[in-house]
Design a protein around this ligand. Structure first.
Ligand code: KG4
Ligand code: ZN
Length: 338
């Protein structure tokens, strides 16, 4: 079965073609980073307008690359939420219209389910069940994943997401958006430990997180002294280390609590090299294995949406997003198990 995937939930237009027999045939991505850079963050109205411009040309490109015709599609999957309402509506509107015109099912995919299942695009792919650490710009969650649609929330952030801690601290340090890659690059020049930042909730006896205090601590450091380039790099390194320490510790606790041995990391923060090194080292010491999606599918992309849509289609599910209805807020645990 051949599925077109359309991702427009935030600042990336991602389009992909996934075939249930041959795998991923083609994918294309247009990043809006340059468009929003002057504003220091995503401007929702500009994001929507740019998605309108990009979706159809990228779809044509992907079809050509995959050597496929529109008429050969078995379904069109699009991100139905969570995300920016206007941006979601672009992908949903085009996806649902395309499906309708072709007389094929439209599948509204949950963006986080796309992230969660994206490590299955890698080789080797993890077997169910596994623990998933979902670390995107807006979410930090630990889940037990028993299968497609079988998601049990183990813990989540009580305030900011890890990605937000990166993004907000980057702004305080005068770095551009998106903040995660900017902090990671600056941290390469820095030493963790020169500044001391908290490891929030590290010792709490649950699997929840709290990251909003970190940006406050960075703000205090920035206010208290004039930072030179080395100071900023040291602060970035310490911030990255603090976030990674908490994510590693809670992920290992989740593996222990669930008695599982496989950990899957998904979402943009999962692209962070320091986090990957720390997680892999700590998990390996415990005899556990960590799976990551291919680096390009850590951040938002169309492949994960085409893939999640194809899995849902195979399991007989249609129109979870029902036409043009998008859900800017959408609880992952509310998805039907199959
Ligand atoms: O999954 P994603 O692309 O979009 C959402 O669904 O939110 O995640 C974006 C988040 C942003 O907070 C960005 O700063 C962070 O992922 N990010 C990183 C890195 N690359 C992206 N954070 C740390 N290190 C990175 N290399
Ligand atoms: Zn995302």
């Amino acid at each position: 079965m051949l599925v077109l995937g359309i991702e427009t939930s935030c600042d990336e237009t991602g389009i992909a073609l996934y075939d249930t027999t041959s795998g991923l045939l083609a994918h294309a991505l247009h990043s809006q980073v340059a468009l929003h850079a002057d504003y220091g963050g995503v401007v929702p109205e500009l994001a929507s307008r740019d998605h309108i411009r990009r979706v159809l040309p990228l779809t044509r490109q992907v079809l050509a690359q995959g050597n496929a015709k529109l008429a050969e599609l078995d379904a069109v999957a699009y991100t139905a939420g969570p995300g920016l309402a206007g941006a979601l509506l672009v992908g949903a509107g085009i996806g649902a219209s395309l499906a309708h015109a072709l007389g094929k099912p439209a599948i509204g995919v949950h963006h986080l389910e796309g992230h969660l299942l994206s490590p299955l695009l890698a080789d080797p792919a993890p077997q169910f069940p596994f623990v998933a650490l979902l670390v995107s710009g807006g979410h930090t969650q630990l889940m037990r994943v028993g299968g497609v649609g079988d998601y049990t929330l183990l813990g989540e952030t009580v305030d900011d997401a890890a990605g937000e801690a990166f993004d907000k601290s980057a702004k305080l340090l005068g770095l551009g958006y998106p903040g995660g890659p900017a902090i990671a690059a600056l941290a390469e020049q820095g030493r963790p430990g020169r500044y001391t930042l908290p490891r929030p909730m590290l010792r709490s006896d649950n699997l929840d997180f709290s990251f909003s205090g970190l940006k406050t601590a960075v703000l205090t450091a920035v206010r208290n002294q004039v930072l030179d380039e080395q100071d900023r790099a040291d602060l970035a390194a310490e911030l990255q280390a603090a976030i990674a320490d908490v994510l590693v510790s809670k992920s290992l606790a989740a593996l222990e609590q669930t008695a599982l041995e496989r950990l899957v990391v998904a979402g943009g923060v999962g692209a962070n090299r320091h986090l990957r090194e720390q997680l892999t080292a700590a998990a390996t010491r415990r005899g556990c294995t960590v799976y990551y999606p291919p680096l390009e599918f850590c951040t938002d992309n169309g492949a994960m949406i085409a893939f999640a849509g194809a899995l849902r289609l195979q399991q007989g599910l249609r129109e979870t997003g029902s036409g043009f209805t998008v859900r800017p807020r959408w609880d992952l645990a509310s998805l039907p198990a199959v």
